[in-house]
Design a protein around this ligand. Structure first.
Ligand code: HEC
Length: 201
């Protein structure tokens, strides 16, 4: 059929193609929203790229499980220094939820070796443990699409040793990391240890 010189079936076809294009465009945009500009960066084969500026993020706390309290064989005898992006921190303070793109970065930091039997040392402030060399990085990332099988969080290890750390890391199997967080944490993060800072007024 020809209306005023236009071919009606081809106009319909064009409209359908445009409609599909619009839907695809919308889906792509929605997908992009889950990776904010401040969020995680991925390689082409879905490895997480280690963030570079994390020492400028918000410091949430430093759980410490020293060898002396763990039969001289703590899995992680270091301070567990935990950082999160300032944008995720602000969003959490407003809503009580970690936004898509949140990175919880735990950098391990050894205590300075000490002469006392429990590995402690005496400094002018007193006897205790003091931060020494950096010794590894673990990360968890919130991405509900990518990690829907593990409650929306993916887990990554960039090495348990002195820097330089790995530049990229693939997601760890669920039983290596996510399982324990699913069983024991609050919405995948051990927030109870960070509440004094997360909820500070
Ligand atoms: C047996 C339980 C368990 C396993 C397995 C485990 N974690 Fe955790 N994780 C914890 C606990 C408890 C904390 C908080 C206290 C601490 O750091 O000691 C924590 C804290 C973290 C944090 C800081 C944010 C938070 O949720 O508190 C990150 C990041 C993290 N773990 C990543 C990993 C990665 C990566 C793996 C696997 C390589 C892993 N975890 C395996 C128990 C576990």
């Amino acid at each position: 059929m020809n209306i005023n010189g236009f071919n009606a079936p081809s106009m319909v076809a064009t409209a359908i193609v445009c409609g599909i294009g619009l839907v695809i465009g919308t889906v792509l945009t929605a997908g992009a929203q889950s990776d904010p500009a401040w969020g995680p960066k991925w390689t082409a084969n879905s490895e997480l790229i280690l963030p570079q500026d994390y020492h400028q993020w918000v410091f949430l706390g430093a759980p410490l499980t020293p060898n002396a309290l763990n039969d001289d064989a703590a899995n992680f005898p270091e301070y567990h220094n935990v950082y999160v992006q300032p944008q995720a921190f602000s969003a959490y303070r407003k809503s009580g939820k970690w936004p898509e793109g949140t990175i919880m970065l735990k950098e391990l930091q050894l205590t300075i070796p000490g002469p006392n039997p429990d590995g402690s040392r005496d400094e002018v402030s007193g006897r205790g443990y003091f931060p020494g060399k950096r010794n590894g990085i673990d990360i968890s990332v919130k991405d509900s699409q990518r990690f829907k099988d593990t409650e929306g969080w993916g887990f990554f290890n960039f090495g348990h040793h002195a820097p330089p750390y790995a530049k990229t890391a693939e997601a760890m199997p669920a039983d290596a990391c996510a399982g324990c967080h699913i069983a024991n944490a609050t919405e995948m993060v051990f927030s109870k240890f960070y509440d004094p800072i997360l909820k500070a007024k």
